[in-house]
Design a protein around this ligand. Structure first.
Ligand code: FRU
Length: 485
């Protein structure tokens, strides 16, 4: 299919974005027959949120994507809101004549109805190229919930049935089914626990080994929380760890403090891929790199919305706590080339090397041994005389931060400009930052994925400067690698 790709100065180079027009949440993430499928909330006739379809792209390496025709379009039952997709390996649906096939489970959204949201399914016999909506739709409805959406479905091996986790107002409900068509209510989770700043959306539920030990598996529940005008952070995502028996999710702690997945402003509605082969064994996640606070006003032209870099999720014990760790998938290493590598040079010398560079899209991996008398250190990215995005670590505040106050165009929304930080006590040994810089985003992975900050930025195309800063002392032991992406 010939598709016009609309390009402007902010068009990401190594992040997924739609060929043109509006995009929000990732949907239907499924791996099948060598392809990673990425469907997404898409308004094909405008760069604002509008009648939502499922756009579609596929990739074999998670880095380069082929745009495909729209997979699902609105119908008499409503728009096609967020949802998931699975491989029905054993043809439990009976749609595939005994063979495996793809089933998408999504929300039909019709604001004109009293039951405005219900869950429907569609299936594909040709690797996701064309879809048939099930005649008996919807398959799950509710008389109780007005906000009732974003089904994430997976096969639960222990009980040998499908499980659906669904956002219901400010909780999630679990349903189960033998065939993806008939669903039974299992339980509800969320009252009195976690953040209730706004409506719950786009849940995901999956098991991970703790510290790579397969005998110690825990379930992780991701829940995105919508935007409310009085919440300055806008929309963001929290997570819980616990146990699942196929019907009920039991959290590890009855009153967990809120744990945010990302400490930047621009990682929302993220979910993980289904059916990644066991030999691979990874849990791979991608989020929508925007925020409902200002998503409709970002200054791009002809397209709007991008995804985060795909990230591998792991569960690890760090500083006596069980935490969800995010690292860019290893496939990223295939598209980067080493540009600069230095060790232990004085800050001035490093900056002399950086001064000659004109860098637009790149990765920085830096390791420090925080010494005495240092206040903060890090990098000034995408700089020009008037612009800079500052990403680094403040020893004084024990915090990783991104400051986009002077990052370029910031005036399209009063809440865009600002500094975002996350407390991360210094490790005795060293401190590591990994920065991914694209034409309109910066992602910071601190201490090997322990703390993540994802932020959009809109620098001018001529803001190509890069420098290192260290407030307090000129020389600290460090190692820096810079790759072109
Ligand atoms: C999350 C969300 C979902 C909904 C979709 C609509 O960003 O609000 O809850 O299904 O976007 O596009």
């Amino acid at each position: 299919m010939l598709q016009t790709i609309k390009v402007d100065k902010y068009r990401p180079k190594f992040h997924f974005s739609p060929a043109s027009e509006w995009m929000n949440d990732p949907n239907g993430l499924v791996y099948f027959d060598g392809e990673y499928h990425l469907f997404y909330q898409h308004h094909p006739y405008g760069t604002d949120f509008g009648p939502i379809h499922w756009g579609h792209a596929v990739s074999r390496d998670l880095m380069t994507w082929e745009h495909l025709p729209i997979a699902l379009a609105p119908d008499e039952k409503g728009m096609i809101f967020s949802g998931s997709a699975v491989v029905d390996w054993n043809d439990t649906t009976g749609f595939f004549g005994g063979k495996p096939g793809l089933v998408a489970i999504f929300t039909h959204h019709n604001p004109g109805l009293t039951r405005k949201e219900s869950q429907s399914i569609a299936y594909s016999k040709d690797c996701g190229r064309t879809w048939i909506k099930y005649r008996g739709n919807p398959v799950v409805t509710s008389d109780t919930y007005h906000d009732f959406r974003d089904p994430k479905v997976f096969w639960h091996e222990e009980t040998k049935r499908w499980v659906m986790v669904l956002a219901c107002g400010q909780t999630v409900c679990l349903y189960y089914s033998p065939n993806l068509i008939e669903w039974t209510f299992g339980s509800e989770f969320g009252e009195g626990i976690g953040s209730h700043d706004a409506v719950w959306e786009c849940p995901d539920l999956f098991a991970l080994s703790l510290d790579g030990d397969r005998t110690q598996r825990k379930w992780v529940l991701l829940v995105s929380i919508g935007n409310e005008p009085h919440i300055k952070e806008g929309s963001r995502t929290q997570y819980f760890t616990g146990h699942l028996d196929g019907r009920t999710f039991i959290p590890d702690e009855a009153s967990q403090t809120v744990r945010w997945l990302d400490h930047g402003r621009d990682n929302y509605a993220g979910v993980s891929w289904s059916d990644i082969p066991e030999e691979d064994g990874r849990r791979i996640y991608i989020g929508w790199m925007s925020n409902w606070k200002y998503a409709n006003t970002t200054p791009t032209e002809g397209w709007r919305g991008a995804m985060t870099i795909p990230r591998e999720l792991t569960l690890e014990s760090r500083n006596g706590e069980t935490v969800l760790i995010q690292r860019p998938v290893r496939e990223l290493e295939k598209i980067r080339t080493l540009l600069i590598e230095t060790e232990g040079e004085a800050v001035n010398e490093l900056n002399l090397v950086l001064k000659d560079q004109q860098l637009e899209t790149y990765e920085i991996v830096v390791e420090f041994k925080p010494g005495e008398g240092i206040d903060s250190f890090g990098f000034k990215l995408r700089t020009s005389e008037q612009e800079e995005t500052v990403a680094g670590y403040s020893v004084k505040d024990s915090a990783v931060f991104v400051d986009r106050t002077r990052s370029g165009t910031v005036d399209f929304h009063e809440h865009f400009s600002g500094k975002h930080q996350a407390i991360m006590p210094p490790d005795q040994q060293s401190l590591q930052l990994r920065l991914l810089v694209d034409r309109s985003s910066v992602e910071v992975f601190a201490n090997d994925g322990l703390v993540v900050i994802t932020d959009l930025i809109y620098p001018s195309s001529s803001a190509l400067g890069l420098s290192f800063f260290c407030n307090g002392k000129n020389e600290i032991p460090y190692q820096v690698r810079i790759y072109k992406l």
